[in-house]
Design a protein around this ligand. Structure first.
Ligand code: ATP
Length: 411
């Protein structure tokens, strides 16, 4: 860690005692808990998010998240305002803009309304604006030489009332990596990436040289979920080989929607490390009647709509044929009304409930701090325990080379 970074981050930066917790744990991730806080040292009405990292000191994931977020500055990327070190218990806290909503919470709202037979649809303009802003954020991230590698509804935050109302913020860079001139193939240092349901087929087949296309697959999964309120490729989490990217049930879930890929559709499929396993375990004829268009039709989405046509460009099995973020932003879908807007709610009343909180049953380590859940206990378990796609972290992470962090810092 260079001296400039240390001084700027820890000595001149904000301190924990400058903040008062609003008693809110607003999120629980695999690696940390997120609290809502306000400044108490200066007059400031803004709410902040404090992400407390669960590991002791600077883990690989914290290192990645802080070093990358420090460089990535874009309206659609969550803004890292500072890093707070708590010397007494060796905790690291990331100070971030506070976002009132996330896509997991919003999709759940619509799904519940449908189940309760009082269906409320997500506005077409909202969906298009969310999609456009995700793509703008991703284009920026990719053009900065970074792969996000864990895009899913829970990591797409939306700002609530205030000057940034309705703005998409891509969050959770704990899994992100530089991809330009990597010192080693990406999977030699990271075995498993991307939450299962949003994981691209090439990753599931063990591709070691995956590209930005993996994030575009996840964007496709998120877009499908915005249209139907159902995860498009859900599957049970069990039966996976320890620490392996290959997952039979997840591939089955993809083929049930998309059909089995023909060799002419995906020429490099036979080069995938798990191709032999695929041939042994799957019969293409079992999926011969399945197509994305048919799936969308079953979900009551007009199969000839521009939405489905666009989805077909994102959810392409061959990563080389998958649309890039740059191409996607120029697509015809965004040239047609409703046009994407900076406030995804287009100035209309926001129908979604604000993040709720629940009293924690564990001891209150900072006096006033109490634990809160995102919207409900059920949703929290959706996000953290895997109903929303299990995220498998590396069991034995290799340290991210200082070289790479320094390289990024110098760019
Ligand atoms: N800036 C923020 N403002 C409000 N809520 C947030 C913010 N950042 C994160 N959250 C909430 O906290 C949850 C967990 O945060 P985050 O995803 O960053 O943690 P993680 O441990 O890396 O999680 P994951 O298990 O998804 O990798 C998010 O899903 C979101 O609901």
């Amino acid at each position: 860690m260079d001296d400039g970074f240390k001084t700027e981050t820890f000595l001149r930066g904000p301190k924990l005692e400058d903040f008062e917790y609003l008693g809110c744990k607003v999120g629980q991730g695999t690696y940390g808990q997120v609290y809502k806080a306000r400044r108490k040292d200066i007059p400031d009405d803004r709410s902040y998010a404090l992400k407390e990292i669960e590991s002791q000191g600077f883990s690989l994931s914290t290192c990645r998240e802080t070093s990358l977020l420090r460089e990535l500055k874009h309206p659609n990327v969550i803004n890292l305002l500072g890093v707070i070190l708590c010397h007494t218990d060796r905790k690291v806290l990331l100070l971030l803009d506070y976002a009132e909503y996330d896509l997991c919470q919003m999709i759940k709202f619509h799904k519940t309304s449908k189940k309760d037979k009082k269906p409320v649809k997500m506005a077409k303009g909202t969906i298009k604006s969310i999609l456009y802003q995700i793509l703008e954020g991703i284009q920026y991230i990719h053009s900065s030489g970074v792969l996000h590698r864990d895009l899913k509804p829970a990591n797409i935050l939306i700002m609530g009332e205030g000057i940034q109302r309705g703005r998409v913020k891509i969050a959770d860079f704990g899994f992100s990596r530089l991809f330009r001139n990597p010192l080693k193939p990406l999977t030699e240092v990271d075995n498993v990436v991307v939450t299962l349901w949003y994981r691209a087929p090439e990753l599931l087949l063990g591709d070691k040289h995956y590209t930005t296309a993996i994030d575009m697959w996840s964007v496709g999964c998120i877009f499908a979920e915005l249209l139907t309120y159902e995860p498009i490729f859900s599957c049970r989490q069990e039966n996976n080989r320890e620490n392996s990217p290959y997952h039979h049930d997840q591939l089955d879930s993809i083929f049930r929607v998309m059909g089995f890929p023909l060799e002419t559709d995906w020429e490099d499929m036979k080069e995938m490390p798990e191709y032999i396993t695929l041939q042994e375990e799957f019969k293409p004829c079992n999926y011969s009647n399945n197509t994305l268009v048919k799936y969308m039709e079953k979900q009551n989405i007009n199969p000839t709509s521009k939405d489905v046509a666009f989805l077909q460009k994102l959810l392409v099995m061959d990563p080389n044929k998958r649309i890039t973020s740059e191409q996607a932003l120029k697509d015809a879908i965004f040239q047609k009304e409703p046009f994407p807007t900076g406030d995804v709610f287009s100035g209309l009343e926001i129908p979604y409930p604000e993040r709720k909180f629940v009293e924690s049953d564990t001891s209150d380590r900072r006096g006033k701090k109490r634990k809160y859940s995102t919207t409900s206990g059920a949703q929290q378990s959706d996000q953290t325990q895997g109903q929303y796609g299990k995220q498998i972290r590396m069991s034995n992470p290799t340290t991210l080379s200082e070289q790479r962090i320094t390289r990024l810092r110098k760019r």
